[in-house]
Every structure is written in C-alpha cells, then in structure tokens.
Design a protein around this ligand. Sequence first.
Ligand code: GRG
Length: 297
Amino acid sequence: MENAALLQSEFSRIGEFFEPYLESVIPGEGLEQQVVADAMRYSLLSGGKRIRPFLLLTCYRLAGGEEREALPLAAALEMIHAYSLIHDDLPCMDNDDFRRGRPTNHKVYGEAMAVLAGDGLLTHAFETAVKAPIQPERLLSAIRELAQAAGLYGMLGGQSIDVESEKKQFLLTETQMRQMYAMKTGALLKGACRIAFAAAGVSGKPLEAVTIYAQELGLTFQIVDDLLDRIGSFEELGKPIGSDAKNEKTTFATLHSIEECRELARRHTENAVAACAALPDSKVLKALAWYLLERRK
Ligand code: GRG
C-alpha cells in the first residue's frame, strides 16, 4: 500500500478505538466541579491530529505488545499535550485566540478556569496512565518516561527556555533553538516512542533506533510548524498565522529561508526513515515521517 493510504487506514483503524476510550476516561457530567471538567473536555476532545497517541500505539505494537493494553498511556500522553496547548495559548504566554478552528480555552472559560483545566489534564493523565494492564515494573518505567517527557528536562523545560528568551528579547542561536525545540516539541514525540518501548519491555538497539527516529521526526515536525506559521493559512491550520513573528520568536523560519527550511526538513525526514532500518515492521513509522514532512495543518 502506498504511504498516504497506509497511514490513513492506520489512523482510522486506531482512531476507532482510541477516540471512544479517550472520551470514556475524561470526567463527564453531573459533577460539582462541572465547569472545569467541561473545560478539560473542550480542549481534549476538539479534534487534534492525535499524532502522539498514534505514535505510541504504533510503537507498542511493533515492540510486540497488544495495542489496547497501551490505551491508558496513549490517552495520558494526549492529555498532557492538550494541557500544554491550553497553557501555551494563555495571555501570559502566546496570547492566542484560536486553536483548531475554535476559540482557545481561556476565551471560552476565562483565564483562571483555563489554568485549572490544564492542571486538571496533567493530573488526570497520571490517574489514567496507571490503569494500563501492563506488568507493574514495565508500567512504572513507562510512567517515568511520561513524566520525564513532560517535565523539567522535557516539554516544560523547553517552554521555559522559550519564555526566557522572549522576555530578554534576544535571538537564540541555532544550537540554542534546536535544544529548546528538542525539549519543547520533541520530548513528547520521543516520549511517545520510549513510553511504548518501556511498556513492552524493549531496550537496547531497537530503543536507540526508535529514539533517533523520534528526535529526527521532532525536528521535521517543528521546522514544518515554523514554516506553516509563516506560509500556511487560517483555513487549514485553524488558527491565525504569524504568531511567531508577533511574539518575536527565533524559529527555523527566521534563521533560514523558506527553501532552506524545506531542505532541512527533508534531510531530517530521511534521517528518521534511515533509523527505521533497525526496527521491525516499521512501514507505518516511515509513512508517518513522510506525512509530517508534507502536512499542511
Ligand atoms: C505550557 C508547559 C507548556 C508547554 C507548551 C507544546 C507547547 C509547549 C507549545 C505549543 C506551541 C507550539 C505551536 C509548538 C509547536 C509544536 C506543537 C506542539 C504544535 C501543536 O501540535 P499538533 O500539531 O497539534 O500535534 P494538534 O492540534 O494536532 O493536536
């Protein structure tokens, strides 16, 4: 099957059981604290691309596991992603009004509730992750990977470097920017793969290979994200373009021309695909890498 068709059929196959599961583990109705639960659901169930849970479930399968066992971990990772987007859109961060074609969380629920909804999703992620029917030692190391991806040495650390650089109004060097992006954006993608391998009890060479794959994928993802913020469209992205310029951020698209960005993204995709040589049954991972290079949203 051709890359795009394979990926599409895998996304819809996985989506069929991932989406109902995600819906089932997030608090619903009849609560005293209904407003915050609604705010959590608003962002979690608003139709993101679901790349991180897809990657996690795909990696768990190729590491020898049965996908459904890893659903709580995949849902937890998507909750952490949703929390990061809510907080990133706040007035004290990027101050964005639209995401996925809808008003951002704080525009609907107010700032205080949006902060709480993000905190709620982060906490609920761990409550959900522990439900995975996986051998306790493996589950513990998978949850350690989840915490590391999200925290000080991962996404949150990268976000804080980004915020600091804006406050001090200096441009990051290319090396600093890559380090920041490896944490802010790359950590959850790398986390998706490493959580899956930890849960399946796989280490050594395959773990090294999937880590390299994810790091390269993260770089492509970010370069394309920077390009889309410059040359994408509101209709496709569901949010206004030009947010990076508005916030005077150093991005791949400020340090490089559009053509250079495209070339860089292609090179990182090729590296990701090359890393797959050391992995069994990696067709879907390769297809995902090519899709992320070409994506328009
Ligand atoms: C607030 C701790 C904290 C962290 C925020 C993720 C993040 C760190 C900021 C988001 C800013 C941003 C646009 C980063 C670029 C990469 C990225 C995470 C894009 C959004 O992810 P997609 O495209 O989103 O997977 P969907 O909507 O498809 O889920």
